[in-house]
Design a protein around this ligand. Structure first.
Ligand code: ZN
Length: 196
């Protein structure tokens, strides 16, 4: 196994529509090798997910972690269908856009149809953070990157956004009794910041 180099925004491989994995490839050594390397790479990068185009392989394969308590999943040829018109706005980052974060609003629930690496079918319905990660990763397979979908004016360097959030927090702490204004963008928690 090896840690693979991650393509950064601007590399054309990130903009290609990835090819489906052919049935004959399922369970084969080449695909198994790719999956093992992707799992090692996403672990080393401390990401919530990784799509094969991000490691310069234009195939419809993603690895992703749907929650803190679940291990990494591997999906082959995933197809996502939104299950609601409701949108969930959350702060996203991407291993291919290091150091930056932005707010993206996505369907709050999706159905996932995919294959496991052994070729067996997988059907899932996801909501919340898991639905966001799934959509972020599967977008990569169509050459779409979260920066294409960020809410205007929300994109920034993670360091600066955290500094600003800390300063707002400190200002709030000094002014007790003032009306609390909830701003979800202030809550840059670890889960939201995971690069994917
Ligand atoms: Zn990404």
């Amino acid at each position: 196994m090896s840690i693979l180099k991650i393509a950064r925004l601007g590399h054309p491989v990130l903009r290609q529509v990835a090819a489906p994995v052919e049935p004959a490839e399922l369970g084969g050594p080449e695909l198994s090798h790719l999956i093992a390397d992707m799992l090692e790479t996403v672990d080393a990068a401390d990401g919530a997910g990784l799509a094969a185009p991000q490691v310069h392989v234009s195939k419809r394969v993603v690895v992703l972690q749907l929650s803190r308590t679940r291990g990494m999943e591997v999906w082959i040829n995933p197809v996502l269908t939104p299950l609601t018109d409701e949108r969930l706005a959350s702060t996203e980052g991407c291993l291919s856009v290091p150091g930056m974060l932005g707010v993206v609003a996505r369907p709050a629930a999706v159905r996932v149809e995919a294959l496991r690496p052994d070729g067996s079918p997988l059907l899932l319905e996801l909501e919340g953070f898991a639905a966001v990660v799934a959509q972020h990763e599967c977008d990569h397979l169509d050459g779409v990157i979260y920066v294409d979908k960020v809410e205007p004016r929300s994109l920034g360097f993670a360091e600066e956004l955290r500094r600003a959030a800390r300063q707002r927090q400190a200002a709030d702490d000094e002014a007790p009794g003032e009306d609390e204004i909830e701003d979800e963008d202030d809550d840059l928690d670890d889960e939201d910041e995971a690069g994917a």
